[in-house]
Ligand binder design. Structure first.
Ligand code: OSB
Ligand code: MG
Length: 371
């Protein structure tokens, strides 16, 4: 593929309700979209980065900056050799340390353009084995337990097959107990986004009473040994999110006993090709995986659904319907049916942004020509 240019676009899409985690509250999803334009096809990618560097070190303005200064020029150099395809993108960007979400957006856009040019879907290219995927929903911290119970009741009525509660110190055992008491034996898990310390083992062990599917990322992202220690002391399985930045990190975490389940987010790991390698490592170790989310618009959601259709995705993901996030999504909305979303089948992502919606939510736009 030969590129003619790359567009970097920032969008701000209002969320239907504020989403509160241990690292902050989002009311608007600020997202960076990348569009690569080739001579025969164009493709889209969405960066998982949010407004501030609070989930990880990445954030939208930082991603835009590293794209324009370093990543797009490196991609342009690759394009000039006439050798550009999606598999060559990560090696061509490897001299830039970190910035995986920015790299992922660019690689995804190239892969989308490649696949659209060939008439092949993301699902087919990644090795999907399902046409629909079971969906869970991630429930933010609310101002009270009655408010939480109302929110959970609504999602269960919508048909979600598993509930994930965000927790932090002061909002953990009691909300989990209340949800168990009210809703019984539903598939339930919790996510701490690194909010606890090694010394919180005895406190976290109280969660063992509630038969949770998993406890996600209780400790610091760099604390693999702490997670291994915790895993030995809790009966609740430990799942890692923030810590798993690559297939090597996944292999190391598994070898150390730091987790027995992995949340795969393509942005966090540098793209869908590395995400698939993590899937393969986990399958080889009998470690179940599931697809996480970063409140993606329909563009990112489409690709996540394709990934979640791979055979090792043994648990419902945070791949919720468009209306759980947005009154108006950037693409045709993804609609929950019997707790599942359909995996897109069209070429590439199988969806494109709706031009009017895209214009309305765009707050910045930059075209970088490639010669
Ligand atoms: O830790 O899984 C997380 C959202 C933003 C940042 C981090 C996380 C989340 C979620 C929501 O839990 C996932 C989603 O519904 O997209
Ligand atoms: Mg998480």
């Amino acid at each position: 593929m030969k590129l003619t240019g790359v567009e970097i676009r920032t969008v701000e899409v209002p969320l239907v309700a504020p989403f509160r985690t241990s690292f902050g509250t989002e009311t608007v999803r600020e997202a960076l979209l990348v569009r690569v334009v080739g001579e025969d096809a164009e493709g889209w990618g969405e960066s998982g980065a949010g407004t501030g560097p609070f989930y990880s070190s990445e954030y939208t303005h930082g991603a835009a900056d590293v794209l324009r200064r370093h990543l797009v020029p490196a991609l342009a150099a690759l394009s000039a050799t006439g050798e550009l395809d999606a598999h060559r993108v990560a090696p061509a960007l490897a001299h830039v340390k970190g910035h995986r979400m920015a790299k992922a957006a660019l690689e995804t856009a190239v892969l989308d353009a490649d696949l659209r040019g060939r008439g092949e879907s993301f699902a087919h290219a990644l090795g999907a084995v399902r046409t629909t995927v079971p969906c869970g929903v991630s429930v933010g911290i609310t101002e009270s337990i009655p408010a939480l119970l109302d929110v959970v009741a609504g999602y269960l009525a919508d048909g979600y097959l598993r509930i994930k509660l965000k927790i932090e110190p002061g909002w953990d055992v009691e909300p989990v107990r209340a949800v168990r008491e009210r809703f019984g034996d539903i598939p339930l898990q919790v996510d701490a986004n690194t909010a606890y310390r090694r010394g919180d083992v005895r406190h976290l062990a109280q969660l063992d009473a509630f038969d949770l599917l998993l406890l996600e990322q209780p400790l610091d992202e760099e604390d693999l040994l702490g997670h291994a220690e915790l895993a030995r002391q809790l009966s609740t399985p430990i799942c890692l999110d923030e810590s798993i930045v690559s297939a090597r990190a996944a292999a190391d975490a598994i070898a150390l006993g730091a987790c027995s389940i992995v949340n795969i987010k393509p942005g966090r790991v540098g793209g869908y090709l590395e995400a698939r390698r993590i899937h393969d490592v986990c399958v080889a170790h009998d470690v179940p995986v599931w697809c996480g989310g970063m409140l993606e618009t329909g563009l990112g959601r489409a690709a996540n659904l394709a990934l979640a259709a791979l055979p090792g995705f043994a648990l419902p993901g945070d791949t919720s319907a468009s209306e759980r996030y947005y009154a108006t999504d950037l693409t045709e909305p993804f609609v929950l049916q019997d707790g599942h979303l359909a995996v897109p089948t069209g070429p590439g992502l199988g969806v494109t942004p709706l031009p009017d919606v895209l214009d309305e939510v765009t707050v910045a736009r930059e075209w970088i020509p490639v010669h």
